[in-house]
Every structure is written in C-alpha cells, then in structure tokens.
Design a binder for this molecule. Structure first.
Ligand SMILES: [Zn+2]
Length: 341
C-alpha cells in the first residue's frame, strides 16, 4: 500500500514539474531576409503566425515557416495575422495554406491603399475567405487565442483610444523629439495591425511597420501602452519607423530586430535603441551592412552573419508568467537568460 502511495505521489510530482516547466510562451523570430515573420506558440498549444515574409524566391519563406512550425511541434497554425498588405509581410498566403493547415485568417479589413501590386495580392488573399474562417480586428480588440493575452494596439491607421490599465502617463520624450511627416507612399505601413502580447508579467510589443509619424500619434502626449520587456523593433529598424517617443518610452529590456543584410538595421535606429533607458541588449536577425561594427550588436546577438546565402537561423524567445525570459540564437546554440526583475 505504502509503495503504491509513493508511486502515485512521485508520478503526481513529476507531472506537476513537467507542466510547470512547460508553461512558457514561445516566439520564433523567423529570418525572412528583411520581411517580417513571427511565430508565437501559447502555453495552451495554440499558435499565431504574424506575417509570412516575401512571396517568390521559389517558396523560400513558406519553407522556412513550415520548418519553424514543425520544430515547434505544431500540426496547424491556429491564427494567421496579416499585419498589412505589403509584399514583405503578406508573402504567399495560398502557398502557405497549401503546405500547412491554417484555421483562421486575421487582418485589418479591406485594402484601402494602392500601388506596389497590392490590389492583385489582396484579390488572391481575399479569395480564400470562403474556405477559411476570416476575422477583421480593430484597435482595442483582443485576439481569441487561448493561454496568452493579445491586444490589438493599432489597426487600419487607428490606435487604442484609451490607455491600457496602469498606463497613460505623460511621455516627456514628445517635447524633445521632432515629428517627421509620413510619406504618402508608406500609407499601408501605418495600416499595420500592432499587437501587445502579455503572458503573466511578461509583455512584448510589436507594431509591425508602424512609422515615426504614427509613433507620435500613438505615444503623445501620453503613453497609453506603458512599459514592456521586449520591443520587436518596428519596420525592420529603418529610421523612418523608430521614433524615441516609442522606442525609448517603452523601457524595454531587449530590442529584437527583424532586419535584412541591407534592409533596416539603420545606424540611427541603433543609436535610438542604445539610448533607451533600461535596455540590456539588441538582437538582430542579420548583421546590418547599413551600419559599421559600432552600429551592430556583438555577433553572439546576431542570428545570421555574413556567409552563405539562404542559410536561415531564427531567434527563439521563451517567456514565463513571472516575467523572466530567455533568447536562444539558433546559429550558435547559445541561450541568454533574462531573470525576473
Ligand atoms: Zn515591412
């Protein structure tokens, strides 16, 4: 009898230990050569793919997404969020759906901008709405994924109209940072669905391709978002998208940048991020040829350094409810731990 009791107790403890260590939110920053592609796996097992990189290149980015999804142990993508309809984000939705099951499509609504081939791209995408559940979201909505909280901060050129709980303090950077007018040809960038991911005390903000002018609209005069642990740097780290009123007001511990070798990773952005209070590290998907050695992080924080083309490494973030997180560079195999603050 005694031995049965101990056996049951041991199994219970083992199970508890496993489930406790398994409760993490995982994020794969997938290298799509200067496009955007984030795969988020909730502790519930549900998944969210946030953009798909580029179309073409013989299906390169679709292959990279499927490889990451399989590495994450997924059988399907539960929610595919198309942040906006630019080429480097929208990828090839029909090709992905043909390669890997997708349950729900989420976007900011009908195409309102034009140019850069957007109409044809959107037409092919919208043709899929009959076969796959389709959801349009607006700022302030929450995505239905279970196990984590995902709040829509921006969508369709609009932003949350009231501060999140605990946020809303004046943003002093507004007085010292000049605004820059938005370029009309970049309108679709500012239609981006921007998301705040919260898991317990852990918070990560990603505004996709939101640009400088819209950073000011969102973050001035008061900061409605508050602070975060991780800032996924807007618009691949191009200068037109990273105003101090956002990048420095967030007080992020880590900035993660989805740049390409020659896209984004601007020296000005690097300096803005370096000057942000509380910033511990900048991680990049590529070493940036736009910046010299002083405007790139040390190589251990870079997933893809110059070398053979088409060798794609990702950065993998794992966060726990207490706010601690780790980042693993899949090129070096080295993981850095960010302990709970
Ligand atoms: Zn982009």
């Amino acid at each position: 009898m005694k031995s049965v009791f101990f056996a049951v107790l041991t199994v219970t403890l083992l199970t508890a230990g496993l489930s406790a260590s398994g409760r993490s939110m995982e994020v794969y920053d997938i290298d799509v050569e200067g496009g955007k592609c984030l795969l988020v796996v909730s502790p519930s097992g549900e998944s969210l793919l946030y953009d798909l990189g580029w179309p073409g290149y013989e299906g390169r980015d679709t292959r990279r997404i499927v490889a990451a999804a399989k590495a994450a142990g997924l059988k399907q993508i539960d929610y595919l969020v198309v942040s906006h309809y630019d080429l480097d984000h929208m990828g090839d939705v029909p090709a992905l759906v043909a390669s890997f099951p997708v349950q729900h499509l989420i976007d900011h609504g009908p195409l309102e901008t034009s140019g850069k081939g957007a109409e044809e791209r959107y037409r092919k995408y919208a043709a899929m709405f009959g076969g796959i559940d389709h959801l349009v979201v607006k700022a302030g909505d929450k995505l239905p994924i279970r196990g984590i909280d995902v709040t829509v901060i921006t969508a369709a050129g609009k932003w949350i109209d009231k501060p999140l709980p605990g946020a809303g303090q004046p943003n002093p950077l507004c007085a010292t940072t000049p605004d820059k007018p938005n370029r009309p040809e970049d309108l679709e960038d500012n239609m981006s669905i921007g998301l705040l991911f919260t898991f317990g005390r852990f918070r990560m903000l990603d505004l996709a391709d939101f640009e400088w002018d819209y950073d000011h609209k969102l973050m001035c005069p008061n900061n409605p978002v508050g602070t975060v642990d991780v800032y996924q740097v807007s618009i691949h780290g191009q200068d037109k998208g990273v105003s101090p009123v956002l990048a420095q007001a967030l007080h992020a511990r880590v900035a993660l940048m989805g740049n390409g070798p020659t896209k984004g990773g601007a020296p000005g952005t690097f300096e803005t991020l370096k000057a942000a209070p509380g910033l511990e590290d900048i991680w990049q998907l590529h070493s940036s040829l736009n910046g010299d050695k002083e405007h790139n992080p040390p190589e251990r924080f870079i997933a893809n350094v110059e070398g053979p083309k088409d060798f794609s490494y990702w950065l993998k973030l794992s966060a726990t409810e207490d706010g601690a997180f780790t980042i693993r560079n899949s090129r070096t195999g080295v993981t850095k731990v960010y302990r709970r603050r």
